[in-house]
Design a protein around this ligand. Structure first.
Ligand code: BES
Ligand code: ZN
Ligand code: ZN
Length: 492
C-alpha cells in the first residue's frame, strides 16, 4: 500500500473516507462539495453525529462515494489518538472495492499536534492497522485491495516531510511483523539471517557467528538450547555506529527462538500453537535497527539476535543438565522450556564483553504468564536503573501500541533460583513469580555498572483479535517503543 499526500483543491472523484469529529458536522472541505446538502441530510437521516464507531456511506450526485467515519473526540495524547483514528479507518479500507482511495483530513483541521502533523499521525495509524500477511495465500482475493491511499490536506508538503520519519518506523514494524508471522519451516535461524541480509539496511554492518565460533567463545547455554534441533544456531549482530566514536553503544538483545517446542519439557498441544513467534523480540530488534538507520540517528546502536530452535530429539538437552555459561556461571537446566533466558544470557554477555555498553536492553517473549497478568495490554518492564526505566516508559507513552508496565525485581527472587548442584537454576522454585524470576535469571548476566532493562513481550507479541493499530497476529511490539526511545535520546 502506498501513501501520497495531495492538495485538496482538485475535483474529488472515486472513493473518499472522511473522519468526522463528534458534533462537528460535515468536514469543511466536503461542505464545498455538498452543494445539495446530500451529506448533511444523510447524516441527519442516519442519526450520524460523529460518535466513535459510527459510519455513514453516501453516494454524492457527483458520483463521489463518501464514507463518513465518526471518530468521537480526542482522548489522551492527541498524537496517539490520531493514530488510533487512522487504525479505525484501516478497517474501512478493508471493505473498499477500489484500488485507490482518498482520505479527507479537513474534519481534523482543529486537532493540533506538537511534532509531525495530524495527517502524518493519522496515516501512520492507518498503515499500522492496514497490515496483512498473506504471502502464502495462492488464491487471489475476489475484491481488489487498496493499493494507493491519497491523503488530502491543506499542507501536503509538511505532511509528507512529517510522515517520512514515521514511515521509517512503520516499515520497521512491518518487517518485525513479517518475520514473526513466518512459519518455522520457512524461517529457521539460517533463513532469519538471510531475511535480514535482504533488508539491506543502510549503515548497518551485519556479522554472523556460527556454531563453531560460538563454541570457541564458550556460549554453551545458547548452544545447549540449539543442540536438539536439526537447524544450526547463529548469533546475528547488527552494528549501527553513527554516534561519536567514544560513545559506548546501546546494546539491544532480542530473543530469537524460531520455534519453541519446549524441548524435553515438551509443551502441551495448545501451548505449541504460534510458537513460531518466539523470535518476536529478535524481530523487534531488527525492525528497530532498520528504523534507526533510516532516521539517520547520530548514535551507536548494536542489535544482537541469538537464533535457535528449541526442539526435542536424541541430542536435545536433558533436564538436570549442568552447563557453564559464557560468563563462567554454571546453570542447572531444571526445565528445557525456560530456554529464552539461556540464549539471552550468553548473547547479553557477549554483547557486554564486545561492546562495553552503558545501556543494555533485552526484549523477549519470555514467560507465558505475562498474558495472565496483562492480557494483551502491556509488556512487562524490569530494570536495574530508574532513569532507563523512565526513559522507556516515556517512549512507551508516546506510542499508540507499545505500552509497558514496570514489575519489581525484588532481591529475594534471586534466592528462588538457587540450585543444589550449580550456581543457578534456570527456573524459580514452585513456579512462583515466573516472570520476575526469569528477569532475575537474566540479571545474573548483567555486568556491574551496566544499566539494563528487560522487556517481556510474551503478552503482546501476538494478538488473537484485531486492534485498530494491530490486526490479529504478530504485532511487531517493541519497534515503536525502542525507536522512540532512541529518538528521545537524540533530542535529549
Ligand atoms: N516462549 C515461552 C514463553 C511464551 C509462552 C511466549 C506463551 C509466548 C506465549 C518460553 O520459552 C517458555 O516456555 N517459558 C516458560 C517458563 C517456565 C518453564 C518457567 C513458560 O512460560 O511456561
Ligand atoms: Zn520455552
Ligand atoms: Zn520460548
Amino acid at each position: 500500500m502506498k501513501f501520497e499526500f495531495k492538495n485538496c483543491d482538485g475535483v474529488l472523484q472515486g472513493t473518499l473516507i472522511a473522519p468526522v469529529l463528534e458534533g462537528m458536522g460535515v468536514p469543511p472541505r466536503l461542505v464545498r462539495e455538498d452543494k445539495e446538502e446530500t451529506l448533511a441530510r444523510a447524516m441527519t437521516a442516519q442519526n450520524f453525529t460523529g460518535k466513535k464507531g459510527e459510519f455513514c456511506t453516501v453516494l454524492m450526485p457527483t458520483g463521489l462515494c463518501v464514507t463518513l467515519a465518526g471518530v468521537g473526540k480526542p482522548e489522551g495524547a492527541v498524537e496517539t489518538w490520531l493514530q488510533t483514528v487512522g487504525g479505525t479507518l484501516a478497517t474501512v479500507l478493508k471493505s473498499v472495492r477500489h484500488k485507490e482511495v482518498m482520505i479527507c483530513t479537513s474534519g481534523l483541521s482543529d486537532v493540533k499536534v506538537k511534532t509531525a502533523t495530524a495527517a502524518a499521525y493519522l496515516t501512520f495509524g492507518l498503515g499500522l492497522g492496514a497490515y496483512s500477511f498473506d504471502v502464502y495465500k495462492t488464491k487471489k482475493k475476489e475484491t481488489p485491495e487498496v493499493e494507493l491511499v491519497r491523503i488530502l490536506s491543506s499542507d501536503p508538503e509538511s505532511d509528507e516531510t512529517a510522515f517520512e520519519s514515521l514511515f521509517a518506523v512503520l516499515n520497521g514494524v512491518y518487517e518485525a511483523r513479517d518475520l514473526s508471522s513466518e512459519p518455522a519451516n520457512m524461517l529457521p535461524p539460517a533463513e532469519f539471517v538471510e531475511a535480514v541480509k535482504a533488508l539491506k539496511m543502510k549503515n548497518v554492518t551485519l556479522k554472523v557467528l556460527d556454531k563453531k565460533q560460538m563454541q570457541k567463545l564458550g556460549m554453551n547455554l545458547l548452544l545447549t538450547v540449539a543442540q536438539g534441533a536439526a537447524e544450526a544456531p547463529y548469533l546475528l549482530i547488527m552494528e549501527y555506529m553513527k554516534g561519536k566514536k567514544e560513545d559506548a553503544p546501546v546494546v539491544l538483545v532480542g530473543k530469537g527462538v524460531c520455534f519453541d517446542s519446549g524441548g524435553m519439557n515438551l509443551k502441551p498441544s495448545a501451548s505449541l500453537t504460534h510458537m513460531k513467534y518466539d523470535m518476536s523480540g529478535g524481530a523487534a530488534v531488527v525492525g528497530t535497527l532498520h528504523a534507526v538507520s533510516e532516521l539517520g540517528l547520530k548514535q551507536n546502536v548494536v542489535g544482537l539476535v541469538p537464533l535457535v530452535e528449541n526442539m526435542l530429539s536424541d541430542r536435545a538437552a536433558h533436564t538436570d543438565d549442568v552447563i557453564q555459561s559464557m560468563n563462567g556461571k554454571t546453570v542447572e537446566i531444571a526445565n528445557t522450556d525456560a530456554e529464552g533466558r539461556l540464549i539471552l544470557a550468553d548473547a547479553m554477555w557477549y554483547g557486554q564483553e564486545t561492546y562495553h555498553p552503558q545501556t543494555l536492553i533485552d526484549i523477549a517473549t519470555l514467560t507465558g504468564v505475562m498474558k495472565y497478568v496483562f492480557g494483551s495490554q502491556y509488556a512487562g518492564l524490569f530494570t536495574n536503573d530508574k532513569g532507563l526505566g523512565s526513559a522507556l516508559k516515556k517512549a512507551s507513552d508516546e506510542t499508540v501500541m507499545d505500552q509497558i508496565w514496570e514489575l519489581p525485581l525484588h532481591p529475594d527472587y534471586e534466592k528462588m533460583l538457587s540450585s543444589d548442584i550449580a550456581d543457578l537454576s534456570n527456573i524459580g522454585k514452585g513456579g512462583e513469580a515466573g516472570s520476575a524470576t526469569a528477569a532475575m535469571f537474566l540479571k545474573n548476566f548483567v555486568a556491574d555498572g551496566v544499566k539494563w532493562a528487560h522487556l517481556d513481550i510474551a503478552s503482546v507479541g501476538w494478538l488473537s483479535a484485531d486492534k485498530p493499530c494491530a490486526p490479529k497476529g504478530a504485532t511487531g511490539f517493541g519497534v515503536q517503543l525502542l525507536t522512540q526511545y532512541f529518538i528521545n535520546r537524540e533530542n535529549a
